[in-house]
Design a protein around this ligand. Sequence first.
Ligand code: SAH
Ligand code: SF4
Length: 394
Amino acid sequence: MSAPQTPITQDVLTLPRKGEEEGKRNLVGLTRDQMREALIAIGTPEKQAKMRVGQVWAWIYQRGVRDFAEMTNLAKAYRAQLDEHFVIRVPEIVTKAVSEDGTRKYLLRIAGGHEVEAVYIPEESRGTLCISSQVGCTLTCSFCHTGTQRLVRNLTAGEIVGQILVARDDLGEWPEPGRNPHDETRLLSNIVLMGMGEPLYNFDNVRDGMKIAMDPEGISLSRRRITLSTSGVVPMIARTAEEIGCLLAVSFHATTDEVRDTLVPINKRWNIEALLGALKDYPRLSNSERITFEYVMLKGVNDSDEDAHRLVELIRGIPAKINLIPFNPWPGAPYDRSSNNRIRAFADIIYKAGYASPIRTPRGEDIMAACGQLKSETERERKSKRQIEAEARA
Ligand code: SAH
Ligand code: SF4
């Protein structure tokens, strides 16, 4: 008989953390209404509940407090009562890598011992945090390393907003007690949902997490500083406009259905025409500006002059910016990155047609900060370690 197989994602890291083992509920990620109900359920008088939510909310999301004892505008007995029933829990940093260019890449552990990544990218006028929405992905885009990993689970709203809290901890971006939280210059000023996973396949949690990030009495990021990237889950695009209202990016990547079917297989379900239909309505529904069309540059696959011309024809009438992404190779990937000259020629055609066509500069290359890479490295190490153990047992 062979030894029982250990599931890939259940590793030695599954020990519950303090608080969890006592069944305490995490307050991070609850909407205001959910927090109000939770406070009432532990005996907070209904009349006071809204005010208490406001106080606890500000401690968590404006001040970065994780211990109820520090919530000094609440009575001591009430702080103890909160502590008895709740925790303020954010993902744990497993590893952090800081690039020469200041990019920070975090590998984060969430409940169940799963891991996701977040990347902080400092720029002159802003600091952007790239966050994940799922562990793995159900989709199988052929150029994406995350696509080769099976979906393990959706992140909760708390784990989604928790990535922002962890990054602010690491950046030391919580105001000193007594200082107005709105005075701070923002190190973390923008969010992009471009990490692991398809955010529109985890819609409710992404929406709740982003609502918390936008709440004016908390992290208070404007909806124009949040960009959600989707591979093209057409039926959820209008809801994104109506219920989140953030900026939208779309992983377009091809100009014919034939090529897009192979690169972004969700195209077989909702093709280019259906996708463009939904995108046309987005700016009006969300009252926002341009849509970002992401376009990964793959040598000999989607990078010809004809592709560039077709692209500008397809998106005519949609306020758009086209973000050209040089392909980030990974071991075993079936593609190569287009040459710099080819990318520039492609960008030029788009620019001459009247669209902004920035080429995304690879950041944090020395720490493998391209989305998907750090997590995959760790998974590979784990797998081979397990293989070695299995062989030893046999
Ligand atoms: N699942 C969502 C968001 C995450 S991916 C989506 O697909 O839109 C963020 C962006 O990185 C997407 O445009 C994705 O297509 C792109 N991407 C994925 N793997 C890549 C790679 N190896 N090189 C360059 N871009 C990649
Ligand atoms: Fe999933 Fe996006 Fe990667 Fe496609 S590109 S496999 S949707 S994470």
